[in-house]
Every structure is written in C-alpha cells, then in structure tokens.
Write a protein that binds this ligand. Structure first.
Ligand code: PMP
Length: 431
C-alpha cells in the first residue's frame, strides 16, 4: 500500500476529497457506536448466569469453616474463596484478602490507608509528606491516574516498552527521590498495550534499590487469565521475586473476577506478604464488619476451582477473539503500509493500543465522535489526560457486536486517514 508520506500535494488533495466523501457517507447513517470502555458483551455475561442458580432459598450457606455466610464476619474472606482465587494472584491462602466487588476500590483504600496511617517500613504516613509521587508507566490505565489525581499524588511518566516499563528510567528515579512511593503496573496484557512484563523487568522491579524505605509496587493483575491464544504469555511471580530480593513487603497485588463473572458483582482480591496482609487486616476491621460472603460462595459453587475458572475464560475467549481479529484485519487492510499508524497485537486482555501520527489523536477521536463512534478520550491513557505526543488511542473491541465493531473500525480508519492527510498537507505547505 502507498506510503502517505511519499504522496505529492496534488495526490494528497485528491485522497482528501475521496476520504471526505466516504466520511460524509458514514456520517449520514447517524451511527451510535460506543467503544469507550472495556466492558464484556452480553454474550460473555450470559456465560455466568448459572452462578445465580447456585444458591436457592433452601441452600445451606454454612462455609467450610462453619461460618453462616448470611451473617456478619469473615473480614478477609471465606477459606474456600481464598482457595479459588489465590492461584489468580499466585499467592498462598495466607497472603490474600478477599474484598468486595471491585479491585479498584481495594487500590483506592490501600492508598487511602497509606496516606493516613503509612505502610510497614515507613517512617510516617504518606500524607504527612508535603508531596508524594507515583511512577506511571504510560500509556496506562486511566483510572489509576484518576486515583493519583484524587489523592494529590504527583504522577511521573515512565515509557512503556515492549516488555514493560523502561527500567533504566524507573531505577534512576526511585534511587534518588524518597518521595516516590509507588509505581502502577498492569503486568499482564497491560491496559491498553497488551504488554506482559518480561522476567527481567519483574526481577529488576523486585531488586532495585529505592530511596523510599516504604516504596510499593501496585501490581494490578486485572487480566491474569484473560488469554486470547492457546499459548498464554507467562508472567514471573512478583511476590516470589521480591521475597528473594529481600523486599517481601514491596508488592501489593490486586485482581478481581469483574471480567470473569460480572463487572460490579464480582469478587476482588488483594495479595501481599504476610506482614502487609496482617497489617491491612487490622486496619480493615475499622472500615467494615466483613465483605459479601454470599457472593464469594456463589463464585466458589459456580467455578468449583481454579481449573473451572480457567475453562470459563476459554469460553469468553471464543466470544471475543473474533472481535480482536476483526479489528486487526481491518487495520491491516486499511492502514498497513501507509505509515500513518501502528497498533498492538495482544495475546490477551481487553484492548488494542493504536498510535497515530504525532499530534493527531485528539482530532481523530473528535472526528469519529461526530460520525457517531465514541472512543476512549484521546489522552486518557496518560497522567493528567495529556498524551505528550497526542497519538495514542485505546480500542476496546469486546462490547459491540461484530457487525457494529466492523462498522465502527471502518469509520475510525477513514478518520485516521483523513486527519493524517490533513496533517501531511499542513507539513508540506509549511515546507
Ligand atoms: N484494573 C484494570 C487494569 C482494569 O482494566 C480494570 C477494569 N477496566 C480494573 C482494574 C477495574 O477492576 P474492578 O472492576 O475489579 O474494580
């Protein structure tokens, strides 16, 4: 396909007219397609409907340990829920807390407690410093960045590479600044790039010397079992690596069944060293008398064990893999060789990350919106919603039907080309 950069002004103008015509055609269809958030589609949710039949009014709700799940108590979760979900984080059952319905909620509360009370190893609560900072490998998950903004934590961008954050940058930064207290990591099939951290990156995170004695890795393994291929990416165990490196308290691990069972009605988990878990459990008892054990039980009865949960994820992959394939097929046929965009080809997770020409992402997203296609806001994948190169667009293919998705991506491809042509024309005019 023709490299757009090699086209003359006349050729670019012809192309622009042609693309504009296509765009107007799509616009006249008055589409309303939404790919803004990574949500499971109804067919994926249907797979978990059996969970609602696991408990009837005459069911026994007495847990393995004899706890009546209908009543208060069990601050850190049922033993059987720990047995089901500890393998998700690859921790032991005494290194996990079963939470409520949202891992983001657990991350929020973990930071909140650290701000007010501190964490083991620290001299004072994080909130007592005039300012603390977090490293934010970017592009990254927008809600992590919103949490930092909410708590007034300054965000420092670290580049995401093909195998995780740029560790040269990370090591340098944490070695010289005591107020850098944390780093956000989505280590498997990262949001949005689909990157899985290499063993070397995991080891370097575990071993690095940090000026802050109370530095924490926020290891958000939201996509631990969300494979799209039969040969899943392998992720080294961060808690083992940190223990081996002599920093057992460094990682806080998070996960949930949000995109396994029902988002908003799933079960969230947090893992860490025994010391961190004990410390957290004590603090938790001020916040709640206990989580929703009936929902934990439903998950245990439905999945039975971790193998059951993994089998369930294969059914999810059967539904969403064709959608990822469709997006990649359209990007290949519409954009490949034109040198106006590059995109990720993830082995799992929920997103495809698209990079367009520098300075074009905002315009592309706005143009698509005008034609009825809503995408994640440009810039959302960077701290403070500011993409320094204005080029990253997060594609969330799971929610729309295959037909809707095909149409939305066709519209997007026209928008990308149109804005790129306009950008190239501007450059040529200046020259
Ligand atoms: N972490 C990441 C990386 C996510 O992509 C998401 C969901 N989009 C979450 C956390 C939210 O998880 P939960 O529903 O458990 O709060």
């Amino acid at each position: 396909m023709t490299d757009f950069n090699t086209l003359s002004v006349v050729e670019l103008n012809d192309l622009k007219a042609n693309l504009q015509e296509k765009y107007e055609e799509y616009k006249s269809k008055r589409l309303s397609l939404n790919m803004a958030r990574g949500k499971p589609c109804p067919e994926q949710l249907d797979l978990s409907m059996g969970m609602l039949d696991t408990i009837k009014s005459d069911s026994s709700l007495i847990s393995q340990e004899g706890i009546d799940c209908r009543n208060y108590g069990g601050i850190d979760g049922l033993v059987e829920a720990k047995e089901l979900l500890a393998p998700l984080l690859e921790v032991s059952t005494d290194e996990i807390i079963i939470g409520g319905n949202s891992s983001l909620n657990m991350m929020h509360d973990t930071i909140f407690r650290a701000m007010f009370k501190g964490v083991p190893g620290g001299d004072q609560p994080w909130g007592h410093y005039p300012k603390i900072k977090f490293l934010c490998p970017s592009p990254g998950y927008d809600r992590h960045f919103s949490l930092c903004e909410f708590f007034g934590i300054e965000m420092i961008i670290v580049d995401m590479l093909k195998d995780g954050p740029n560790m040269d940058q990370v090591e340098q930064l944490v070695s010289e600044d005591e107020t850098i207290k944390g780093i956000w990591c989505v280590p498997k099939y990262s949001n949005p790039e689909g990157v899985t951290y290499s063993d070397e990156v995991v080891d370097r995170l575990a071993k690095m010397e940090t000026k802050a004695k109370d530095f924490r890795i926020f290891w958000d393994n939201a996509y631990a079992v969300h494979h799209l291929t039969d040969k899943p990416d392998q992720l080294k165990n961060i808690l083992h690596a940190c223990k081996e490196a002599g920093h057992p308290n460094r990682p806080f691990l998070f996960g949930s069944t949000s995109k396994i069972s029902f988002p908003g009605s799933g079960v969230a988990v947090m893992g860490s060293s025994k010391e961190n878990i004990q410390h957290t459990k004590k603090q938790l008892s001020a916040q709640t008398i206990g989580p929703d054990k009936i929902n934990q039980l439903r998950h245990v009865l439905f999945f039975k064990d971790f193998e059951g949960l993994k089998d369930h994820m294969k059914k999810q992959a059967d539904i969403i893999k064709p959608k990822f394939d469709k997006v990649l097929e359209l990007f290949d046929s519409e954009l490949e060789g034109k040198h106006i965009a590059t995109w990720s080809k993830p082995n799992g997770g929920y997103f495809i990350s698209l990079n367009t020409l520098d300075g074009t992402a905002k315009d592309i997203v706005a143009l698509a919106a005008e034609a009825g296609v809503t995408l994640t806001g440009a810039g959302a994948t960077f701290p403070y919603r500011k993409d320094p190169r204005d080029r990253n667009i997060r594609i969330a293919p799971t929610f729309p039907s295959l037909e809707e998705l095909e149409l939305a991506i066709q519209v997007l491809c026209v928008c990308i080309q149109l804005v790129s042509v306009e950008k190239l024309l501007k450059i040529k005019e200046v020259c």
